[in-house]
Design a protein around this ligand. Structure first.
Ligand code: PEP
Length: 252
């Protein structure tokens, strides 16, 4: 049985006190959703310690949105994987399309970040996905395959067992446009095949999340698909009620 996961990527939103309130709201309503759903919240770095406290005693896990490619040292403005782990993070989002697009993150950088994540017992939520031009040119399969081969194929079998993939078509992120459930299933099944080509049967255990304008009204249909194991949620994770309602989308 693969893990069912609903992860919230808060991006650069909320002030620390607002983040704490949001986390408390998730904890307060969490009992209304099946305990089989694993909730993760990924606030900005500045909120991690306070949000960790708000989550204390609950089963809502904490994640960060990024980590440095180096372990420590003279890297002004960077935050090391060891630092976020020390604050209670269990997960780290890596390779989000906004990081690739605005901060020039390449597979070479992401390989180093993955290494840092594993060295600090963090589970990476590794994001892949094509942009609109690539989708329209029918290149989406090749794009996600390359993003997986260049990074995930470098993992050991042990590391691979501790990995979450998020498929996020860039054209659906924050645009209100969602991939259809069939489009999501088609590419999730393909991603699983690419993973199986390298890691064999272990690929059947890897959670693959969908991300891109996922909300309470469309989550159930998307999550009902065989190879969709939950969602990475941006905008709709900023309201506890919506975030929890997305978790209720699991019928399987
Ligand atoms: C995201 O950026 O991870 C995301 C899925 O955003 P949204 O849900 O706002 O499209």
């Amino acid at each position: 049985m693969r893990k069912k996961i609903v992860a919230g990527n808060w991006k650069m939103n909320t002030l620390p006190a607002e983040g704490v309130e949001l986390a408390k709201g998730v904890v307060a309503g969490r009992g209304e959703v099946c305990s089989c759903v694993n909730f993760i919240v990924c606030p900005p770095f500045t909120h991690l310690a306070m949000v960790a406290e708000a989550l204390n005693g609950s089963d809502v896990a904490l994640g960060a949105q990024n980590c440095a490619a180096e372990a420590k040292g003279a890297y002004t403005g960077e935050v090391a994987a060891s630092m976020i782990a020390a604050l209670g993070c269990k997960y780290v989002i890596l390779g989000h399309s906004e990081r690739r697009q605005y901060y020039g993150e390449t597979s070479a950088t992401l390989n180093k970040k993955m290494e840092q994540a594993y060295a600090n017992n963090l589970t990476p939520i590794y994001c892949v996905g094509e942009n609109l031009e690539e989708r329209e040119a029918g290149k989406h399969f090749d794009v996600v395959k390359a993003q997986i081969e260049e990074v995930v194929y470098n993992l050991t079998e042990e590391q691979f067992k501790n990995l979450v993939i998020a498929y996020e078509p860039v054209w659906a992120i924050g645009t209100g446009k969602t991939a259809t459930a069939d489009q999501a299933q088609e590419i999730h099944a393909y991603i699983r095949k690419v993973l199986a080509d390298k890691f064999g049967a272990a690929a059947a255990e890897c959670p693959i999340l969908y991300g891109g304008s996922c909300k309470p009204s469309n989550a159930a249909e998307i999550f009902a698909k065989e190879d969709v194991d939950g969602g990475l949620i941006g905008g709709a994770s900023l309201k506890a009620g919506d975030f929890l309602a997305i978790g209720k989308g699991f019928a399987k």
